[in-house]
Structure formats: C-alpha cells, structure tokens
Design a protein around this ligand. Structure first.
Ligand code: 6PG
Length: 254
C-alpha cells in the first residue's frame, strides 16, 4: 500500500524542534487514548536532544502520559552507556531524567557485550517482543537523516538494507559515520510503524532530502525510502536550509 508523506518546511532549527516535539506528543497522546499505551522509537543525531528536551518540559495538558510509553532506540553506537556518543544515554539525559517512563519500559541497546553482533541478537528479540506487545507496530518511529541519506545506522548500499524481515536488529561494523560499530533496527522493523517522523535540518541535508522524497530515486541508495509504514504516514519536519532543493513541492509550515 502506498504510504502518504507530508513535508513541513519551517524557518529554522528552533521552529523544527518545537514542531517535532508537538508532533511526537500528539501522536503519543492519540495512541494512548486509542490503545492505552504507545511504543516510541527514537534516534540519535544533532536535533534529537533539543526536541527531546522540549518534550521533557511540556506542560501536563500537552505532554503524553509517559507512564504508558515504551521507548526503544532506532540505533546505537557501540560505545559504553555513559559515553557521550551513546544514544540511550542521550535519551536518558534529555528526556528520561525528567519524565516518568517506567524503567522496564525503556529498552536501550546493551553495549557491554564482547561485540555488537551479540548485542544485536539480543536487541532483535527485545524489539520483536515489544512489537508483539503492541499489535505488530510501533506507534511512532522518529528518525534523522545524514547528508549521505542514511537513517538510523542504515547506510546507502549497505548489505544491512536487504536483510530478511524477521531480523529485527543488526550489527554494523563499518559505519561511515563514526563510531564504526553500531547496532541498528532494520528497515523492515522501522517500517512496522503507524507513523514515521523524519527530522532534518541544515543545508548539507538538502541534496539527500530531495532524493528522499523523489518518487524516482532508488531506495538502496536512499535508505530513508526503505522506511515505509505499511498502514501509516511518513512526515518530514525540516528547515528551509534542508528544503532548498525541494521548496516548490513542500508544504510551507508556520
Ligand atoms: C545516529 C543517528 C543517525 C542520525 C543521522 C542524522 O545514531 O547517528 O541515529 O541516523 O539520526 O546521522 O544526524 P545529524 O542530524 O546529527 O546529522
């Protein structure tokens, strides 16, 4: 089923951060209202700490009821949990230290195993269990995009882009974006979603964004195009700098 996609272009990073936080809170609130709980997948990247920080201080009437939210990470750099580059640690510092997600509802990737392969095998099972507990779909997957078009730790042309759908998480040992060792949820797993939000800002993302939303571009060269929720929507919230090559086809935001 072809999925619908929207692109909201906002003036700058500040507006993107605010709108992304609003979008995440709205989707989570709706999921909790409909199903009593919500499963959220979060990524790393430069904008994530900012919009997670906004969520952390949202007033009670607009914030989701975090008690009912389960959180996974879309990918993890294979560094200790207290390392500055660790996405799970970033999510704790930016969000979980301020909101009441129960400890057993946050699933960081364990990075204390001998190698990322072992961590990926365990995370695969954890992601499968969360999906099973949430009727087979995450309520919201929040992703970034690199200048080369990668998302999570799914890089253009990488063998990890074509894994069997039953593989939920995979170890990457040659990430072009440091650090080289990572664990990533697979494209099929990230597509098991009711709603996907991509956040991209900065001029260096403009060429990749134009390819990402162009219907004629090869998905293996543009991994964001592999993230296709079967019965959901894809939203892009971007700034004008990132939208420079698509301005004519994007919906202007506030
Ligand atoms: C990671 C991220 C990665 C990130 C993009 C965008 O762990 O590195 O999950 O996919 O979202 O690289 O990052 P920037 O916004 O910092 O360019």
């Amino acid at each position: 089923m072809a999925q619908s996609a929207t692109v909201t272009v906002l003036a700058d990073l500040e507006h993107v951060v605010a709108r992304a936080a609003e979008h995440i809170a709205g989707v989570l609130q709706a999921a909790i209202a409909a199903r009593g709980r919500a499963a959220l997948v979060l990524s790393g990247g430069s904008a994530a700490p900012a919009f997670l920080g906004r969520l952390a201080v949202m007033p009670a009437d607009t914030a989701p009821d975090w008690q009912h939210v389960t959180i996974l990470v879309a990918d993890e750099r294979y560094v200790p949990s207290d390392h500055d580059d660790n996405n799970g640690g970033m999510i704790r510092r930016a969000l979980l230290n301020y909101v009441s997600v129960p400890a057993d509802q946050f699933f960081p990737v364990a990075t204390y195993y001998r190698d990322a392969q072992q961590a990926a095998a365990i995370y695969s099972k954890q992601a499968a269990a969360v999906l099973q507990a949430h009727d087979g779909a995450f309520d919201l997957v929040v992703l970034g995009m690199g200048p080369d078009g990668h998302t999570a730790s799914l890089f253009p042309g990488h063998a990890a882009l074509q894994l069997a759908p039953e593989i939920r998480a995979w170890a990457i040992n040659d990430s072009p974006k440091p650090p080289p060792q990572r664990v990533t949820l697979t494209a099929a797993t990230l597509s098991a979603a009711r709603d996907v939000l991509f956040v991209a800002t900065g001029a260096e993302k403009a060429p990749a964004l134009a390819r990402a939303i162009s219907a004629v571009q090869d998905a293996l060269a543009n991994p964001t195009r592999l993230i296709r929720p079967t019965a959901g929507t894809v939203h892009w919230i971007v700034d004008q700098a990132a939208a420079a090559h698509i301005a004519d086809s994007a919906a202007p935001g506030a």
